[in-house]
Design a protein around this ligand. Structure first.
Ligand code: HEC
Ligand code: HEC
Ligand code: HEC
Ligand code: HEC
Length: 191
């Protein structure tokens, strides 16, 4: 009996482990979220494409904070929830990162208050953040960088869909134009 129970328990544990992930299309559990500021160390200047300042000015940076507003409380209440939206998995799943992983997977500079941040879309970055790995796309992908450019619109629709209680449609071209943050060397991804 015992000989069978142990592998069964291990299998269950493994599946639980795989399910714990707060970025789409990738198992991020082995990587830590380092936080937007840490990505911004190299993605800040004009020369690099100003990804950090572009993101900071985007609504995505407010996606957690908006859950603390009166408006959000109303939305949650109407849906029958009693807890505050910023404590609800059902809201955090599209409004934040790192809410569903053990604290050991959150780097010192990671802030849940940063809402939908670099790693919410690009994948937890502790594995690919070094310059050597970042400069090699295949290596970066092997170390946790999500290939968001393969089908960007579908990717956005992971959150911009009718499961959002305030959804009122999603025009990809228009919405991407509001947050685009290309590297300066090229205008369009080659892959
Ligand atoms: C040590 C500096 C450094 C850090 C830290 C860093 N990056 Fe980068 N990153 C770069 C450089 C340099 C490039 C450009 C590589 C090239 O020209 O191919 C790049 C490229 C990228 C790309 C484009 C890759 C592709 O396949 O098109 C993405 C996306 C990206 N970084 C996201 C992030 C995110 C998210 C973080 C934080 C988790 C981060 N980076 C942290 C230096 C860095
Ligand atoms: C809402 C999701 C989202 C967030 C938040 C986000 N990105 Fe991106 N990022 C994308 C998508 C999608 C692309 C690919 C666009 C394409 O290639 O058409 C991209 C592309 C990039 C590229 C490569 C651009 C190129 O020219 O190939 C870099 C570098 C990058 N992001 C860094 C960052 C950094 C750093 C942050 C945080 C400061 C960040 N991103 C936040 C979705 C996001
Ligand atoms: C992890 C979930 C998530 C993903 C993935 C995501 N978004 Fe969002 N997005 C949000 C949330 C949540 C808000 C609302 C935040 C707020 O109101 O504070 C938002 C708001 C926006 C807004 C502002 C709304 C407006 O009407 O101006 C734009 C633009 C936007 N997203 C573009 C994109 C694009 C383009 C992509 C794909 C590259 C994308 N988003 C992917 C969660 C996401
Ligand atoms: C499926 C992803 C998703 C879920 C789940 C989700 N949201 Fe959002 N939320 C979004 C997106 C995307 C936006 C921005 C555009 C829109 O309204 O669809 C947004 C915008 C908002 C806004 C800003 C108002 C507005 O009209 O832009 C509030 C407030 C909000 N959400 C509250 C909540 C609350 C409360 C919950 C949980 C009960 C929740 N959301 C769950 C994706 C989601």
């Amino acid at each position: 009996m015992e000989n069978r129970t142990i592998p069964l328990l291990l299998t269950i544990l493994f599946f639980c482990f795989c399910l714990t992930s707060s970025t789409f299309g990738q198992d991020t559990t082995q990587y830590k979220f380092i936080g937007a500021e840490a990505c911004g160390k190299c993605h800040k200047s004009e020369k690099q494409g100003k990804q950090l300042p572009i993101w900071k000015e985007s609504i995505h940076a407010q996606a957690y904070v908006v859950l603390q507003t009166e408006e959000a409380a109303e939305v949650a209440k109407e849906m029958g929830y009693e807890k505050s939206p910023s404590e609800l998995y059902e809201c955090l799943s599209c409004h934040a990162s790192g809410y569903d992983v053990d604290k050991i997977y959150l780097g010192k500079k990671f802030n849940i208050e940063d809402g939908v941040q670099c790693e919410t879309c690009h994948g937890a970055g502790s594995g690919y953040k070094s310059l050597k790995i970042m400069k090699n796309r295949d290596l970066a992908a092997k170390n946790g960088l999500v290939k968001v450019y393969e089908n960007t619109e579908e990717f956005c629709r992971n959150c911009h869909n009718p499961d959002s209680p305030t959804f009122s449609g999603f025009d990809f071209e228009e919405m991407w134009a509001k947050i685009e943050h290309y590297l300066p060397v090229k205008k369009k991804s080659t892959k």
